[in-house]
Design a protein around this ligand. Structure first.
Ligand code: NAD
Length: 522
């Protein structure tokens, strides 16, 4: 373990390291870090004080003033090199993510791959920060819009993607000419430290002020709340629970700052009577069990046509039996531990509510004990037969619980009208939750898939056909509606959130015509 930390420029004890503003600092409380793999201590980090936070944001503001004038393609070149450094460190950083968060090695490395992908994307984007030109209604006038850098972006991230969320924000923000101050999750500080060390190295090699990628690790009072209220930060991009989102919206909204919110999900897969159950079962297992159900896009609900229910349940139970649970570093493990004892307690509390709410636990849910399950975080994933009206199915329990809800009749619909009626019933169940992140349908019937994707279909930010809810490519805009917060990150035109738009009208005539033909004092 010490070798791993050393290869990333860290020690077991990291005094003076929780803050970075071009130089390392940290005179605040010590944060102890343990691994959920066996509960043992990995190390510690000294966090920043409120005064240090203030200085970090000052330095990031100063760095912004020069970084914004660097041509965007040159900023893209720095981000390209960041991607290359991450390529070289992929195995080590992925292993640290696994150690701190508990996701399996393939997913830890997959997370670093997402960072590499977004750096590639952002580098290309740095030559494509396009604005539109418009035809003016006035003669000899020209209108166009341009996109300017915005300022210091505050990044608040969640424990379950300890490093990728930073990169989705930081890579785009950097090519857009912004600087960033990152408040990482307290459960995964070492991964954050290692990431900023890599970014620092790249900046120094390019003679760029490393304060463009700043870090302010600290508790909610010293850093989190200050960041929300901080008028030096025009945009706060926050990833976490819906509870966090409400708070961010309230405090940042009060000062009319901008927010980009990436919050909880309650993602469903609809399995129709025209589904390929082979595909559907595989997607459901990956979505519900992968990352131990701790992805914002984890599959939490399956809404299955009654004609398929028995067969699907049989396949799911068989597939769940083959899921190897244990040390996430072992190559044959598919599910590691939950991140903490609190998560285990939350899962157990949810399962205890099932019978009273009218559901039935039909598989798993137990806490696993014994020498091969040290640390107390290992659980058997649960499958619950549920009804749409259960309060539980409207909540996001951040653990591997899958609610299976039947819809429709017991046989395949007899005609197009019945097919539409039944699928609308399934879509209504799917949409009847406060969150709106990811959704999917498994069907080979075109009317069904098109209805699902239509205006009366899924109300989520992500709607997939014949692939699951979990995981997304960085090329698409990522985010969701309703209590998921409405933000979009990563691909497509999400970059616009990190810039300010300016509309310019140029008059090259010798007159001063007013818009709408208004005559004023002539
Ligand atoms: P959390 O809301 O407990 O914490 C997220 C971050 O917010 C942490 O860094 C935390 O310290 C910080 N925070 C908490 N209160 C704050 C405050 N008042 N001011 C400023 N910062 C504050 O979430 P978590 O348990 O770390 O992560 C799990 C949640 O994140 C789930 O709900 C999951 O769905 C969500 N998530 C969403 C996405 C997405 O893209 N939609 C991605 C990953 C995780």
């Amino acid at each position: 373990m010490n070798d791993l930390l050393k290869s990333l420029g860290l020690d077991a004890a990291n005094p003076n390291a929780g803050g970075f503003d071009g130089a390392w600092c940290g005179g605040g409380p010590v944060l102890e870090v343990a691994t959920p793999i066996d509960g043992s201590r990995i190390g510690s980090v000294r966090q920043v004080t409120a005064a240090e936070y203030d200085r970090i944001v000052d330095r990031a503001s100063e760095a912004f003033r020069s970084w914004r004038m660097v041509p965007a393609p040159k900023r893209g070149e720095v981000v390209r090199q960041l991607g290359d450094r991450l390529r070289a460190k992929k195995a080590a950083l992925g292993a640290l993510v696994t150690l701190e968060m508990g996701k399996i090695t393939a997913e830890g490395e997959g997370e670093v791959q997402e960072m590499i992908d977004i750096c590639d994307f952002a580098c290309g984007l740095s030559r494509q920060l396009y604005g539109l030109t418009m035809h003016s209604e006035r003669p000899r006038h020209r209108m166009y819009e341009q996109w300017h850098p915005l300022g210091v972006v505050g990044i608040i991230s969640a424990f379950n993607f300890p490093v990728a969320v930073w990169s989705w924000n930081a890579a785009l923000a950097a090519v857009c000419g912004d600087t960033t101050v990152w408040k990482p999750a307290p459960k995964t500080p070492l991964s954050a430290l290692a990431t900023i060390r890599i970014a620092e190295e790249v900046c120094r090699a390019n003679a760029v002020d490393p304060a463009i990628f700043s870090l302010a690790m600290g508790d909610v009072a010293a850093v989190g709340e200050r960041m929300l209220a901080d008028r030096r930060i025009p945009l706060v991009s926050a990833t976490g629970s819906c509870r966090l989102g409400y708070r961010v919206a309230e405090v940042v909204g009060k000062r009319l700052g901008r927010t980009l919110l990436e919050l909880g999900g309650n993602n469903a897969i609809i399995v129709t009577s025209y589904a390929d159950l082979n595909l559907a079962a595989r997607a459901i297992v990956f979505g519900a069990v992968g990352t131990a159900g701790q992805r914002c896009t984890s599959t939490r609900r399956v809404i299955v046509h009654r004609a398929m229910q028995a067969e699907l349940m049989k396949r799911l139970a068989a597939a769940y039996e083959t899921v190897r649970i244990g040390d996430p570093r072992k190559s044959d493990t598919l599910m590691g531990p939950l991140v903490s004892g609190d998560s285990v307690d939350m899962m157990q509390a949810a399962l205890r509510r099932v019978p009273a709410e009218g559901g039935r636990v039909v598989y798993g849910g137990d806490v696993l004990r014994g020498p091969q399950y040290p640390g107390g975080g290992y659980v058997k994933p649960a499958i619950v037969e549920a009804t749409p009206s259960m309060a539980l199915v409207k909540e996001e329990t951040f653990a591997p619980i899958l609610y299976v809800i039947p819809y429709g009749g017991t046989a395949r619909p007899a005609d197009a009208a019945a097919l539409e009626r039944e699928l609308l019933e399934a879509i209504a169940i799917q949409n009847d939750v406060p969150q709106g992140l990811s959704s999917a349908i498994f069907s080979h019937h075109q009317m069904e898939t098109e209805l699902f994707l239509s205006h009366v279909g899924s109300d989520c930010g992500i709607a997939n056909v014949n692939i699951g809810t979990s995981g997304a490519e960085i090329g698409g805009a990522f985010g969701g509606e309703k209590e998921t917060g409405g933000g979009r990150e990563s691909g497509s035109d999400s970059w616009r959130s990190y810039m300010r738009r300016q509309t310019n009208t140029m008059n090259w005539s010798a007159e001063l015509p007013l818009a709408q033909g208004i005559k004023f004092g002539e």
